[in-house]
Design a protein around this ligand. Structure first.
Ligand code: ATP
Ligand code: MG
Length: 258
């Protein structure tokens, strides 16, 4: 954190919300300083003895776990940069962006928040993706807020790019604090973002080993693989016959229906 510029309003906010806050969420567009603000809050709060559960729900530019996951780490003392490398828990969402994976993303965030609360975090701090524009982003953010009921929404804005979301939340009674994006925030190109993802994958899978496992013991809960009945090729109508196929499995949509 040494080279980081700490705006005066960050110090005020850290002090203002450290009491009576169970859940706090940080929103902002891409490269607005969300993760840096989270790190500052973690450092400040843990320095005053507060146990913080940090939830990284950024599926693409994740801080804690590999991309495609939502992860959690509890902090009781001010962390160093290296302490963000290994999350205590993570849940696989399956994509590097929430589009098309809204349910999975919300489910994963809820799982991590439950664990954080169960483990006694005094403040659970939720870092998010920069996905703020358009109707799908609005639906995701709205349901995330409805689900988590955070005491505070911290919104980092360069101008007024979040207002289309924030005004509505305020009308619904959410507590919003608007913060300016830090002056020295650096933007990253698509190529840099891809490189970052690939490095995170490599670091995560470095200690991985190949493990053989019989296919019948593997479960694919979100797919139909493994749910069919083994059949002999002659059970199939002729027009469905496939030559040289000895292992056929049938998955019926309904009984007596091919
Ligand atoms: N207060 C600050 N002082 C100096 N540099 C900063 C500050 N805030 C952010 N930066 C730099 O700007 C870059 C982007 O910041 P950060 O990763 O926190 O943004 P983000 O909103 O989390 O981005 P993303 O949308 O990719 O998750 C980083 O390189 C970070 O070090
Ligand atoms: Mg970030």
């Amino acid at each position: 954190m040494d080279k980081i510029d700490i705006p005066g309003e960050w110090e005020l906010v850290a002090g203002r919300i450290k009491h009576n806050t169970k859940i706090c969420i940080v929103l902002g567009k891409t490269d607005s300083g969300k993760s840096t603000l989270c790190k500052y809050l973690i450092r400040t709060w843990t320095a005053s003895g507060i146990r913080v559960g940090y939830i990284d729900s950024d599926l693409g530019q994740s801080t804690l776990g590999p991309p495609t996951t939502v992860s959690l780490k509890n902090f009781t003392t001010p962390p160093d940069a290296g302490d963000y490398a290994n999350p205590s828990y993570l849940h696989f969402v399956g994509n590097t962006a929430p589009e098309g994976f809204l349910l999975q993303t919300l489910h994963a965030v809820k799982l991590m928040v439950n664990i954080s609360l169960r483990q006694g975090a005094q403040i659970t701090l939720v870092d998010t993706t920069g996905f703020i524009d358009g109707p799908v982003a609005r639906i995701l953010k709205l349901h995330k807020l409805e689900m988590l009921r955070p005491q505070w929404i911290l919104a980092l804005q360069a101008e007024d790019e979040m207002e289309h979301l924030l005004k509505g939340y305020e009308k619904m009674g959410w507590h919003v604090i608007r913060l300016a994006c830090p002056k020295h925030v650096a933007t990253r190109s698509q190529a840099e973002r891809q490189r970052y993802r690939s490095e995170k994958y490599q670091a995560y899978f470095k200690p991985a080993k190949i493990k053989e496992c019989p296919i019948h013991k593997v479960v694919f809960p979100s797919g139909i693989l493994g749910t069919g009945r083994r059949i002999h090729p002659h059970e199939l109508p002729k027009e469905y016959c496939i030559h040289d196929m000895n292992h056929l499995y049938l998955k019926n949509a309904a009984p007596n229906c091919w």
